[in-house]
Ligand binder design. Structure first.
Ligand code: SF4
Ligand code: SF4
Length: 84
Protein backbone atom coordinates (compact mmCIF):
# COMPACT_ATOMS: atom_id res chain seq x y z
CA UNK A 1 0.00 0.00 0.00
CA UNK A 2 2.05 3.03 -1.22
CA UNK A 3 0.12 5.74 0.60
CA UNK A 4 -1.72 5.89 3.88
CA UNK A 5 -4.23 8.66 4.60
CA UNK A 6 -5.23 9.57 8.14
CA UNK A 7 -8.99 9.84 7.64
CA UNK A 8 -9.53 11.41 11.03
CA UNK A 9 -7.10 14.26 10.38
CA UNK A 10 -8.14 14.81 6.73
CA UNK A 11 -10.18 17.99 6.24
CA UNK A 12 -11.15 17.17 2.64
CA UNK A 13 -9.36 20.25 1.31
CA UNK A 14 -8.68 18.34 -1.97
CA UNK A 15 -5.09 19.55 -2.39
CA UNK A 16 -3.81 15.98 -2.68
CA UNK A 17 -6.41 15.02 -5.29
CA UNK A 18 -5.56 18.08 -7.41
CA UNK A 19 -1.82 17.63 -7.18
CA UNK A 20 -1.50 13.89 -7.69
CA UNK A 21 -0.05 13.32 -11.18
CA UNK A 22 -1.39 9.78 -11.34
CA UNK A 23 -4.99 10.51 -10.30
CA UNK A 24 -4.54 8.07 -7.45
CA UNK A 25 -6.44 10.07 -4.84
CA UNK A 26 -10.14 10.85 -4.89
CA UNK A 27 -12.43 12.67 -2.49
CA UNK A 28 -15.11 10.32 -1.24
CA UNK A 29 -18.55 11.75 -1.99
CA UNK A 30 -20.10 10.49 1.24
CA UNK A 31 -17.42 11.41 3.78
CA UNK A 32 -15.72 14.28 1.85
CA UNK A 33 -12.38 12.73 2.86
CA UNK A 34 -9.43 11.75 0.68
CA UNK A 35 -9.12 8.10 -0.30
CA UNK A 36 -6.37 6.36 -2.23
CA UNK A 37 -8.77 4.95 -4.80
CA UNK A 38 -6.06 3.64 -7.14
CA UNK A 39 -3.35 2.99 -4.61
CA UNK A 40 -1.84 0.06 -6.51
CA UNK A 41 -0.80 2.36 -9.37
CA UNK A 42 0.93 4.93 -7.15
CA UNK A 43 4.61 5.40 -8.05
CA UNK A 44 5.33 6.99 -4.64
CA UNK A 45 6.38 10.36 -6.05
CA UNK A 46 5.77 11.94 -2.64
CA UNK A 47 3.93 15.07 -3.80
CA UNK A 48 0.78 14.42 -1.80
CA UNK A 49 2.71 13.93 1.43
CA UNK A 50 4.74 17.05 0.75
CA UNK A 51 1.73 19.24 -0.02
CA UNK A 52 -0.98 18.06 2.37
CA UNK A 53 -1.38 21.11 4.64
CA UNK A 54 -2.45 18.93 7.55
CA UNK A 55 0.19 16.19 7.41
CA UNK A 56 -2.38 13.45 6.81
CA UNK A 57 -0.52 11.43 4.20
CA UNK A 58 2.35 9.01 4.56
CA UNK A 59 4.01 7.75 1.39
CA UNK A 60 5.77 4.41 1.57
CA UNK A 61 8.67 4.66 -0.85
CA UNK A 62 9.20 2.00 -3.48
CA UNK A 63 12.48 0.92 -1.92
CA UNK A 64 10.55 0.00 1.22
CA UNK A 65 8.05 -2.07 -0.75
CA UNK A 66 8.24 -5.45 -2.39
CA UNK A 67 10.53 -5.50 -5.42
CA UNK A 68 8.01 -7.42 -7.50
CA UNK A 69 6.02 -4.36 -8.56
CA UNK A 70 6.77 -2.57 -11.82
CA UNK A 71 6.75 1.20 -12.11
CA UNK A 72 3.47 2.27 -13.79
CA UNK A 73 5.16 4.82 -16.04
CA UNK A 74 2.31 4.89 -18.56
CA UNK A 75 -0.25 5.84 -15.89
CA UNK A 76 2.13 8.33 -14.34
CA UNK A 77 2.76 10.13 -17.64
CA UNK A 78 -0.96 10.04 -18.49
CA UNK A 79 -1.61 11.82 -15.19
CA UNK A 80 0.78 14.53 -16.32
CA UNK A 81 -1.13 14.81 -19.61
CA UNK A 82 1.58 13.10 -21.66
CA UNK A 83 0.38 10.46 -24.12
CA UNK A 84 2.78 7.80 -25.37
S1 SF4 B 1 -4.45 17.32 1.24
FE1 SF4 B 1 -4.56 16.31 3.25
S2 SF4 B 1 -6.28 17.28 4.30
FE2 SF4 B 1 -6.44 17.81 2.14
S3 SF4 B 1 -7.84 16.25 1.29
FE3 SF4 B 1 -5.73 15.51 1.01
S4 SF4 B 1 -5.31 14.22 2.83
FE4 SF4 B 1 -7.10 15.48 3.27
S1 SF4 C 1 2.73 9.61 -4.00
FE1 SF4 C 1 2.45 10.79 -5.91
S2 SF4 C 1 1.39 9.40 -7.32
FE2 SF4 C 1 1.18 8.54 -5.25
S3 SF4 C 1 -0.77 9.31 -4.49
FE3 SF4 C 1 0.82 10.74 -3.81
S4 SF4 C 1 0.93 12.34 -5.39
FE4 SF4 C 1 -0.18 10.57 -6.24
Amino acid sequence: MPIKIDKYACTGCQVCAWICPGNIIEIEAETKKAVAAHNRDCPSCGLCQERCPFGCIEVIRRSARSGSETFPMKNYLAGLGIKL
